[in-house]
Design a protein around this ligand. Structure first.
Ligand SMILES: Nc1ncnc2c1ncn2[C@@H]1O[C@H](COP(=O)(O)OP(=O)(O)O)[C@@H](O)[C@H]1O
Ligand SMILES: [Mg+2]
Length: 296
């Protein structure tokens, strides 16, 4: 297989994507690496449709990586994950609208292009969690207890671009993170960045049937093959607060070989991967059946 990996600068020395690349090369595959965040890109010649069997994106939100992947997809190439699916989760505004429409348990989500617009959120929705629509890794995620505190904090949100605000989901201070590798699910727990006092290092935990079902649904709703979700156990059950394409897969057993095998399998499917359900207007809002196995 001939693969093109689009890698973020900050993952230059990161174990996950680099070990996967080394593994693929050691199995005899060709892997070309493009670092869109640290290269001058001659976009008009960036996509050579015949040169690779698949393109793989491992970058953070907001950089030029996704544009390159979308260009590859527009040229008819296989991309991992599906480029439209990545767009559907990296924009948290879009992810909230798609997910709720398809019956996923997500918090009520407001979007505001200007921080001042957040003043219009009803008092009954506080405390709020406010975060940038294109955020990742806990950047600029804030808990705001009241409208008075919101007023004080507004200047902090200037320059963050589009913002989202959600009612705070009461929780134990621990996130459940579920990682999905081409149909297999693995769960870990990790301290919420909003509860630094209850920090726990990420560790593997058993995956409940309920959370496994939700995680599998997330994959089919957004059309993702390699992804992770952050789940909180709220008073009314599990709530999905974040969906990430190509996450760290930390604590996933044999993550390197598992992800490398998944990349090869997806590349071989060459274009056979299903479109995200949200692109299909004929599908009614519903809970899609899970396609993944719970490994616990
Ligand atoms: N609505 C919410 N209620 C309670 N905690 C939240 C909520 N949204 C996010 N969090 C906490 O903040 C953390 C970071 O938010 P998240 O949406 O995952 O952003 P990021 O993309 O930066 O990871 C989550 O892992 C969770 O612990
Ligand atoms: Mg998160």
């Amino acid at each position: 297989m001939r693969l093109c990996f689009l890698l973020e600068e900050r993952y230059r020395y990161d174990g996950m994507p680099n070990e996967v690349i080394r593994q693929l090369v050691s199995w005899g595959h060709q892997v070309d690496v493009v670092r869109p965040g640290g290269s001058l890109l001659r976009m008009t010649d960036a996509v050579d449709a015949g040169a690779h069997d698949a393109w793989v994106l491992k970058t953070v939100s907001g950089g030029p990586g996704l544009a390159l992947l979308e260009a590859a997809a527009a040229a008819g190439m296989t991309t991992i994950n599906d480029a439209r699916s990545i767009r559907g989760v990296r924009d948290k505004v879009l992810a909230a609208a798609i997910g709720r429409h398809r019956g996923l348990p997500l918090p009520t989500t407001y979007a505001a292009a200007l921080p001042e617009l957040l003043r219009e959120i009803p008092d009954a929705q506080f405390p709020l969690v406010i975060k940038p629509a294109d955020g990742s890794s806990g950047r600029a995620v804030h808990l705001v207890s009241s409208s008075a505190q919101l007023e004080e904090m507004l200047p902090r949100f200037a320059g963050e671009g589009m913002l989202i605000a959600q009612p705070y989901v009461p929780n134990s201070g621990t996130d459940i993170k579920v990682y999905a590798v081409a149909g297999e699910l693995f769960a870990t727990e990790r301290g919420s960045p909003l509860h630094p006092d209850r920090a726990v290092p990420e560790r593997r935990i058993p995956l409940s049937k309920e959370v496994a079902g939700i995680a599998a649904e997330v994959g089919s709703v957004y059309g993702l093959d390699l992804y992770g979700i952050d789940v909180l156990l709220g008073p009314e059950g599990p709530v999905v607060v974040d969906v990430n394409d190509f996450p760290s897969f930390r604590q996933v057993p044999d993550a390197t070989a598992r992800v490398a095998r998944a990349v090869l399998g997806l590349a071989q499917e060459s274009g056979a991967s299903p479109s995200p359900h949200w692109l299909s207007a004929s599908l009614p809002p519903q809970r899609a059946p899970g396609r993944a196995n719970s490994l616990g």
